[in-house]
Ligand binder design. Structure first.
Ligand code: ZN
Ligand code: ZN
Length: 132
């Protein structure tokens, strides 16, 4: 069981899903919606994820995706793509223990800021990870 939530504690979630697609995303939308240079994410089956306290606010951040965040403190929590209705992405650093879902690659590095040098040796993908 993975547990997490926002900075202020108003929104909490838990998931019984096994994290996959663990990545650090360098896309401009992640950057601009968080104010951070890049954002770590993992995916779980949507059916295995639930909010257990509070209800996050949502933002349609692109024509096919919805992000959720705490309306009180602003922590971004999830990303749901209409094209992948069976999964949901969660911000790794909203976990109580982000060490439970370490990233396995970097995605959208075509948008990477020049002053963010990647030295972790993980694979990089210029856009999304090539899908199966
Ligand atoms: Zn909050
Ligand atoms: Zn992104």
């Amino acid at each position: 069981m993975l547990r997490g939530g926002c900075f202020c504690g108003a929104v909490r979630y838990e998931t019984t899903g096994q994290p996959y697609h663990r990545t650090v995303c360098h896309c401009s939308i992640c950057r601009r919606t968080t104010g951070a240079p890049f954002v770590a994410w993992f995916s779980v089956p949507r059916a295995a994820f639930r909010f257990v306290r509070g209800t996050p606010a949502t933002l349609r951040s692109s024509p096919q995706a919805t992000r959720s965040f705490c309306a009180r403190c602003g922590t971004q929590l999830s990303f749901a793509d209409d094209a992948a209705p069976a999964e949901i992405d969660i911000t790794t650093c909203s976990l109580d223990d982000p060490g439970q879902a370490p990233p396995e690659d970097h995605t959208h590095t075509a948008s990477r800021l020049a002053w963010t040098a990647l030295a972790d040796g993980l694979p990089t993908h210029r856009a999304a990870r090539p899908g199966p």
